[in-house]
Design a protein around this ligand. Structure first.
Ligand SMILES: Cc1ncc(COP(=O)(O)O)c(C=O)c1O
Length: 399
């Protein structure tokens, strides 16, 4: 495994998919050659069992995205018209879609400035008799500062805690794994996350009623169409050769010619418009399960590398007087990306970062329901952070 070398940062392409390796390439190529076996659920069961055992939860369920797992959770909880779900004042449209596709209303509770996660006092202020669930999100892989208070409030008011671990697979709070604080949790294997199968996700729970609901929903859900799986596998090969491979820069044109015909997007037009995207209703198919298991079995040693990158970026940010996130001493962060708070004009135009570091920063979250420009009142901190936060990659490795 490579070392992070800040002195050479200008010469590096950030590695977005740093858990992808030649082993995944071999698996993807073999899968592409055997489409007849794609509807075999056995590899998904293996990945689900691995994740559930690792979390110490009763069962995990594979779907075609973190957003699809969340959609299934919302259905398992029977969330519908008239129900409210409290989400953080900084989240993604794909999260909001998963609830709204079921008819539920998302109410944003403002965030705190230390970890950019939900502030428990703001949650308390947004509770109504219609509140059915709260989304406990660990943004950028920094465990929510108020996790314990949010759990206590939810218990007191008898509302379900859905833990969003899309950024935090492998993270811990007071020694306890993220994903074990909620009544049900979900994880992402999307290409920008801690592990990468391009699209994919899991729901996990030990709650008997939610478990039964998820099992029924998964059983009734179709596998995605064969073309979609083929495109996902092709996109994974493209990502490996253009983001991870030692010759990724010189191989770009070759990879584009070979795989560029069927690359898939992170979000579809339907999702952008808030219209139903069929992938939300799909269970995980065999190839995604095979790749997810391979990734799950090897991802943990990448976390200290991300933490080392985060320490370097922190020094860099502090040296320039920029703000950062401030996890508590009991937090083990995964640092999916490293957030930096900059003056508003420096977020509006990030060419200065490209000039200084030779890389494009991430600009999410651009709004509290990223990337949608939605008018959401009552969350001043969420808006302030959305206008000023950029994020830097934590997978900058040279071989
Ligand atoms: C905070 C958060 N939750 C959930 C998701 C959804 O995960 P996925 O991309 O696997 O659908 C994302 C990613 O888009 C996210 O950033």
């Amino acid at each position: 495994m490579g070392r992070l070398i800040m002195a050479r940062v200008k010469k590096l392409t950030p590695i977005m998919c740093n858990t992808l390796g030649p082993d995944d390439v071999r698996i993807a190529e073999a899968l592409l050659a055997s489409p007849d076996a794609w509807d075999d659920p056995a590899p998904v069961r293996e990945a689900e069992n691995w994740l559930a055992a690792w979390l110490g939860l009763d069962q995990a369920f594979g779907f075609m995205g973190g957003r699809a797992a969340l959609y299934a959770i919302a259905r398992a909880l029977n969330l519908s018209q008239g129900d409210e779900v409290i989400v953080p004042g900084l989240t993604c449209q794909v999260v909001v879609n998963a609830f709204e596709y079921n008819g539920a209303t998302c109410v944003h509770a403002d965030i705190e400035e230390e970890t950019f996660n939900m502030d428990s006092r703001q949650l308390a202020a947004k509770l109504t008799p219609r509140t059915r669930a709260v989304l406990l999100q660990h943004t950028f892989g920094v465990p929510a500062r108020d996790t314990r208070a949010i759990v206590a409030l939810a218990r007191k008011h008898n509302i379900t805690i859905i833990e969003d671990v899309a950024h935090g697979l492998g993270g811990r709070l007071q020694g306890r794994k993220l994903g074990t604080f909620g009544d049900v949790s979900f994880f992402s294997t999307e290409r920008t996350k801690m592990i990468n199968t391009i699209h994919g996700g899991f729901a996990a729970t030990s709650d008997p009623a939610i478990r039964k609901g998820l099992a029924d929903i998964q059983n009734q859900s179709p596998f995605p169409p064969t073309e979609k799986i083929r495109d996902i596998l092709t996109t994974l090969l493209f990502c490996y050769y253009t983001k991870v491979h030692p010759d990724r820069v010189s191989r770009f044109d070759w990879a584009m010619k070979k795989y560029g015909h069927s690359l898939i997007a992170q979000m579809t037009d339907l999702e952008f418009k808030g219209l139903f995207e069929p992938m939300y209703g799909c269970r995980m198919s065999g190839p995604i399960g095979t790749l997810a298991l391979n990734q799950l079995q090897k991802f943990e040693p990448f976390i200290p590398l991300r933490q080392a990158a985060a320490r370097k970026w922190e020094t860099w940010a502090r040296g320039r007087g920029y703000g950062t996130s401030h996890p508590g001493p009991d937090a083990y962060c995964t640092w999916l990306r490293f957030p930096v708070i900059v003056p508003e004009p420096l977020k509006a135009d990030t060419t200065w970062i490209e000039d200084e570091l030779g890389m494009e920063p991430g600009v999410w979250f651009q709004s509290p329901c990223h990337p949608q420009e939605r008018v959401i009142p009552g969350i001043p901190t969420g808006w302030k952070i959305a206008r000023t936060v950029i994020n830097l990659p934590t997978g900058l490795w040279v071989e």
